[in-house]
Design a protein around this ligand. Structure first.
Ligand code: 0X9
Ligand code: ZN
Length: 541
């Protein structure tokens, strides 16, 4: 599909020809002016527009313009962030009409800052009660996330473990998460619920809700019986900030609308400060288009300056590889990735025309139950718009772990902080349901049996994940647990057969090995286990 470069936008003739013909552009020119910087320099407004898209064809035509779709769409409309006059002209030329939701997004951010300060003051004055588990009254900065994760692990050493993701961000930042469960230091085979935030830098509530849930679990363990049960029977892992480079930029005045990561040039590490330079404002990889599942398909762009740029190759970015490595290293049986906005609970498939998944009934049941708690709409992801290379496009199809995207909020990427406070109770209830579903053996698989205490069991599977153009990329899931003192084990896992293979009527196995004590493999056997089923493997290693 043709996607106009920013340069072609400044050549109305070429643009008109392209719009008419839909042909690929051959324009090779000097570096294009960055459209965001250009709009800013010209003093033009950045606006949030609700564009009329009554038919599916209109939505497709709008997507082809490669504007910054604000990721909100409903019956008959799609929201667009328009950077200055050139974006509005492009819409006009293409025959679209719209209403203006926010006529000055930058100004709205300034107003939000004021409202947030007033809210914090009201809490200090005790005219408004503290409402979040952490007691916060304003959006965190990046350093606050790091400090809070660190303090939680210190405050609750037996049930919260701080960990570092495999790779640093492109700008060299360490990315951290927290594992939360009773006896957190023991590798005990509990099912894992992973919740992440801030793939997209400007979607600040997605990080806040993720870390607040961690506070909630830790503070209320022992008093709230649901939470006590969850921490006894599952392992909750949170990674509130997947994209720290983008987030730290978005939290700086004047960069609030940054969405992507800091990949300024394909294959190159950005130099210090480069990501913030005005000529590179539009560059970066959309981490939520960089996963290998269906990578390169519809709803993702091949242009570095597009808001949905998929990257030079699948998993080209350290920040998305981090989540891949984490999910490959644990039996993540439920995943929620938090985003803003649109008040949606989304489940696979992610593009129109893809087959309904073999897990549709449980995906729908859980999605609907969660949406009943937070008041959102539960739907297929493609009903919002087509996407490929998204987190669950890989995690669900590679592991069989159930996966959901939550889109929080009505009409803003980061509304007034008091709105986040109001979002929390309903989402808390939804997250608790996700955690309880993680425990439910009907929704995952179990491998159980006798084995020598202290032996390390390993479940491994190697396969390939197909990108949109058919390239097969190697994938390995490799997880371990330690057999407890009693000499029997129960391992809550994902099914051995991937969803697409289930769909074709095939089966796959895990390779189960027993290792002791210094890593020698003493026994190896294949294990085939379906969702909702239990397989027994007594090991004598
Ligand atoms: O476009 C996205 O990446 C998500 N919306 S956002 O506004 N936060 O950017 C939606 C992704 C939905 N796709 C799947 N869940 N497959
Ligand atoms: Zn998002």
């Amino acid at each position: 599909m043709f996607r106009p470069t920013r340069w072609t936008r400044f050549i109305p003739l070429a643009l008109a020809a392209v719009l008419a013909a839909g042909a690929a552009s051959q324009v090779q020119a000097a570096p294009p002016p960055d459209r965001k910087a250009a709009a800013e320099q010209a003093g033009e407004l950045i606006q949030l527009l609700r564009v009329k898209t009554p038919a599916e064809a209109d939505r497709k035509r709008l997507a082809a313009l490669d504007l910054d779709l604000a990721e909100s769409a409903g019956p008959g409309y799609t929201d667009v962030v328009a950077y200055g006059n050139s974006d509005r002209r492009l819409l006009q030329l293409a025959g679209f009409t719209w209403s203006t939701l926010e006529d000055d997004l930058v100004g709205a951010d300034r107003d939000r800052e004021k409202a947030d300060a007033a809210y914090a003051q009201a809490v200090r004055n005790k005219t408004v009660a503290v409402a979040l588990p952490s007691g916060r009254t304003a959006y965190r900065q990046l350093a606050d996330y790091d400090n809070d994760l660190g303090s939680l692990s210190q405050q609750y050493p037996t049930k919260a473990k701080l960990f570092t993701l495999k790779e640093k961000s492109l700008e060299g930042r360490t990315i951290r998460g927290l594992e939360i469960t009773h006896n957190v230091g023991t590798s005990d085979g509990k099912p894992v619920f992973l919740m992440v935030g801030l793939h997209h830098a400007r979607e600040w509530p997605s990080g806040e809700l993720t870390i607040e849930f961690a506070y909630d679990l830790l503070k209320n363990d022992g008093t709230d019986t649901r939470i006590t049960n969850i921490l006894e029977k599952s392992r909750v892992i949170v990674v509130p900030v997947v994209n720290p480079d983008g987030f730290s930029l978005s939290r700086s005045l004047g960069y609030e609308l940054k969405r992507k990561n800091c990949r300024v040039t394909n294959g190159q590490i950005p130099t210090a400060g480069q990501c913030a330079q005005s000529s590179y404002r539009s560059r970066g990889v959309d981490l939520n288009r960089n996963y290998s599942g269906f990578w390169g398909g519809p709803g993702a762009s091949s242009s570095l300056t597009s808001e949905t740029y998929r990257g030079a190759s699948a998993f080209s970015e350290p920040e998305s590889r981090n989540i891949q490595a984490l999910v490959s290293q644990y039996q993540v049986t439920t995943l929620i990735t938090n985003h803003t906005y649109s008040n949606l609970v989304l489940r696979e498939p992610g593009y129109a025309g893809a087959p309904i998944t073999p897990d549709e009934s449980i995906h729908k049941a859980l999605g609907d139950q969660m949406a009943a708690q937070n008041g959102y709409t539960s739907q297929f992801s493609y009903q919002l718009y087509d996407t490929t290379g998204v987190t669950e496009d890989w995690s669900y199809y590679a592991t069989g772990g159930l996966g959901f995207t939550f889109e929080h909020g009505t009409n803003s990427f980061h509304p007034a902080f008091s709105t986040v406070v109001n979002m929390y109770p309903g989402n808390r209830a939804a997250y608790l349901l996700a955690a309880e579903s993680t425990i439910n053996p009907a929704r995952h698989s179990i491998i159980t049996g006798a084995a020598p205490a202290g032996a390390v069991l390993r479940l491994k599977k190697s396969f390939t994940t197909k990108t949109w153009n058919g390239t097969q990329l190697p994938d390995t899931l490799d997880t371990t647990m330690t057999v407890p003192a009693g000499g029997t084990y129960t391992w809550h896992t994902n099914p051995s057969t991937r969803p697409a293979v289930v769909q074709q009527g095939g089966t796959e196995s895990w390779t189960l090995t027993c290792e002791r004590p210094a890593g020698q493999v003493q026994e190896t056997r294949p294990i085939t286990v379906a969702r909702g089923a239990t397989a027994t493997a007594n090991l004598t290693c």
